[in-house]
Design a protein around this ligand. Structure first.
Ligand code: NDP
Ligand code: OXD
Length: 312
């Protein structure tokens, strides 16, 4: 039996689609009557404190989210394998966000918007894409999709990951030892890391100060589409005010929804979106998890299992 335990999304709609895709395999929701001992799979998003109570016969925890940082902190998370969502549609949506914000900062949107407001005719020519470097932190599913879409635009691409990567057209850096070298040649920094103890707070003042400063006239830019826990918002506000950063695009925040009294709302070179960079699509989500559930029931290994010791 599959149990759905979803918060902040239309659980009824997902349940209906799963029931159709998996029939005659039984699918239940939190509000239905069922014996917890019969549940073999639980499909979760933002699980409540009691989500896993009595689920003693689980074969897998299926995560609607690609990121599992919050799930891994659940105090009653069972010992079953966790499968995260890996999906072309999700990757495409994330890359749409990344490409939009990279090109916006590359073409100095902040500067020309200010000029327009001031009715100022100032013919500053931005560097060509090939003279502008985009450094992506995190070269997993989403990072690799992003570089595949930025490459045809001609940007000078670099990546930073935990283990070394050899990706055509991308200068790779790995580990703490190469972090400074990675930053020192980066004009636009994109964060697509998972949130782990090692990556918490990585978008801070020291990091910003190490970015390349002589290419983009307004200063280097950052784009965070991963998790709010990666960023120090007081450092971002200060760096945007004193010119350490020329601009920031933030889709995620230390506290979500972003509190009304956050200074970030008012900062003109800070581009805020409400954690919408990429959503898990119901149709492709149901297809992916139904297929893997059926395959697992037929004896196949689970794909995209989270490594709990690494935290992603
Ligand atoms: P993956 O697990 O596929 O990739 C993670 C990458 O980060 C890997 O390249 C990994 O290195 C690297 N990494 C992990 N830890 C470190 C470290 N300490 N130092 C350097 N590199 C590190 O994740 P995805 O690409 O699928 O997703 C990334 C994140 O995006 C998710 O965890 C989630 O938080 C966020 N997300 C945000 C969404 C939004 O709407 N804003 C939507 C979906 C996801 P290695 O390759 O060596 O293992
Ligand atoms: C995710 C997210 O992790 O939507 O999938 O943030």
């Amino acid at each position: 039996m599959l149990l759905l335990h979803l918060s902040d999304v239309d659980e009824a709609s997902w349940a209906k689609a799963f029931a159709e895709a998996l029939a005659p395999y039984p699918v239940v929701r939190q509000s239905d009557e069922f014996d917890p001992a019969d549940i073999r799979y639980i499909f979760v998003w933002k699980p409540k404190a009691d989500a896993f109570n009595g689920l003693d016969n689980l074969k897998a925890v299926l995560s609607l989210g690609a990121g599992v940082d919050a799930l891994l902190k659940h105090p009653k998370l069972p010992d079953a394998p966790i499968v995260r969502f890996v999906d072309e549609d999700l990757s495409q949506r994330m890359s749409d966000y990344v490409v939009a914000h990279v090109t916006m900062h590359h073409r100095q949107f902040t500067r020309f918007q200010a000029d327009q407001k001031a009715r100022r005719w100032n013919q500053y020519y931005p560097p060509a894409a090939g003279e502008t470097s985009v450094g992506i932190m995190g070269m997993g599913v989403l990072g690799q999709d992003a570089v595949s879409r930025l490459r045809p635009l001609g940007f000078d691409l670099r990546s930073w990951s935990r283990t070394p990567k050899a990706i055509e057209g991308v200068t790779g850096f790995a580990g703490d030892a190469e972090f400074e070298a990675f930053l020192s040649g980066t004009d636009i920094l994109v964060n697509l890391l998972p949130l782990t103890p090692e990556t918490t707070g990585i978008l801070n003042r020291q990091t910003f100060a190490k970015l390349r400063r002589d290419r983009l006239a307004g200063g280097p830019a950052i784009i965070n589409a991963a998790r709010g826990g990666h960023q120090r918002e007081t450092d971002i506000a200060q760096a945007l005010a004193d010119g350490t950063l020329g601009a920031a695009s933030l889709d995620v925040f230390e506290v979500e929804p972003l509190p009304q009294d956050s200074p970030l709302w008012e900062i003109e070179n800070c581009y805020i979106t409400p954690h919408i960079a990429a959503i898990s699509n119901e149709q492709s989500g149901v297809r992916y998890f139904s297929r893997l559930l059926k395959a697992h029931e037929a004896g196949e290994a689970l794909p995209n299992v989270v490594d709990r010791s690494r935290g992603y």
